[in-house]
Structure formats: structure tokens, C-alpha cells
Design a protein around this ligand. Structure first.
Ligand code: HEC
Length: 155
């Protein structure tokens, strides 16, 4: 019994420690366990997605980060053509991405998503010029949308 209580305290303590260290905002401890039971309130707008949509979006996002990594790798190898192809096909405004962005029912999110994918096409165009400085600048512009959207929205 004593051991069980100890185990529970350790688990609770660890849970709180992880909870507060994962949250750099100032309001972690005062919300305590209550805070942990609900989705994290961090000032971002929730898209209110269904579980299926959440999975779909996260898979999509993992593809985005992989595309960025591939583009950086190809840039380091000087393979601008292949990098350009990846920019168009994985980050550009394809029919699939257009449909995805239109399906969230949030106008600001949609516009940010569409602008992001347009910047992916611009990145594709820029990579074709084989100018490294311009290409990095275009990649930076595209990544500005990643940062901006993540700061504004959550699932
Ligand atoms: C229009 C909005 C938007 C844009 C643009 C965007 N994302 Fe996301 N991304 C999201 C949302 C919303 C989430 C879920 C975040 C949450 O709920 O905390 C997310 C989550 C992620 C995740 C987490 C995936 C997982 O499996 O946990 C990664 C990685 C990611 N995005 C990468 C990127 C990269 C890289 C870019 C740019 C190349 C990008 N995203 C552009 C909205 C966006």
C-alpha cells in the first residue's frame, strides 16, 4: 500500500513536471492537474478538428517538414532541378492542397494556407534560376508561413 502511494505520487509529480516544462508560458503551475486534463490554452486559435482530420493534417505537416529537409539537402548538393520539383509537388498549390486548405471552415487559416502554398510555387520558380542566395531567400519566405501559422493556430 505504501509502495503504491509512492508510485502514484511519483507518477503525478512526473506528469506535472513534464506538463510545466513543455509549457514555457507563465501559467503552467497554477492550472495544475485541471490544466492537464484539457487541451492546452496557449492563446492560439483552435481549428476544432475531428480526430480523423487531425491525423490527416499532422501527416500532411510531416510531409511538409520532410520536403523542406529534402530541399535543403538538394541545395547543398547543387541539385536545383530536383529541389524545384519537390517545391512544386510537395509545397506548391496543388489541387489536393487547395482542397485541404478550403476544408477547415476558417477564413484566416485558409488564406494563410493558400498564401503558403503559393510561396511554395514561387520557391519552385526561384530554384529553377539556380541562384543559391535567391533560393534561400525564397525558402525563408515559405518558412515564414510555417512559423506564422503555427503561432496563430492549433488543432
Ligand atoms: C496554414 C497553417 C499552417 C502552415 C502554413 C503550416 N502548418 Fe504545420 N501545422 C499547422 C497546425 C494547425 C498544426 C497543429 C499544431 C497544434 O495543434 O499544436 C501543425 C503541425 C505541424 C507539425 C507537427 C506534426 C506532427 O506530427 O506532430 C509539423 C512538423 C509541421 N506542422 C510542419 C510544418 C512546416 C515545416 C511548414 C512549412 C513548410 C508548416 N507546417 C506550415 C498549421 C500549419
Amino acid at each position: 500500500m505504501k509502495n503504491l502511494m509512492m508510485l502514484i505520487s511519483i507518477l503525478l509529480f512526473t506528469g506535472l513536471a513534464i506538463n510545466s516544462s513543455a509549457d514555457n508560458n507563465t501559467h503552467s503551475m497554477d492550472h495544475g492537474m485541471h490544466h492537464k486534463m484539457h487541451s492546452i490554452e496557449d492563446g492560439r486559435v483552435s481549428l476544432g478538428l475531428s480526430p480523423a482530420m487531425k491525423q490527416h493534417q499532422l501527416a500532411n505537416m510531416r510531409n511538409h517538414v520532410e520536403a523542406v529537409q529534402s530541399i535543403i539537402e538538394l541545395l547543398s548538393e547543387g541539385d536545383f532541378n530536383k529541389a524545384s520539383h519537390i517545391a512544386y509537388s510537395k509545397l506548391g498549390l496543388t489541387e489536393e492542397m487547395k482542397k485541404m486548405c478550403n476544408s477547415f471552415g476558417n477564413e484566416t487559416f485558409k488564406n494563410l494556407g493558400l498564401a503558403f502554398h503559393k510561396s511554395g510555387d514561387t520557391l519552385g520558380d526561384t530554384l529553377k534560376t539556380k541562384d543559391l542566395t535567391k533560393s534561400l531567400s525564397a525558402l525563408n519566405t515559405t518558412m515564414t508561413y510555417c512559423v506564422q501559422c503555427h503561432a496563430t493556430f492549433r488543432q
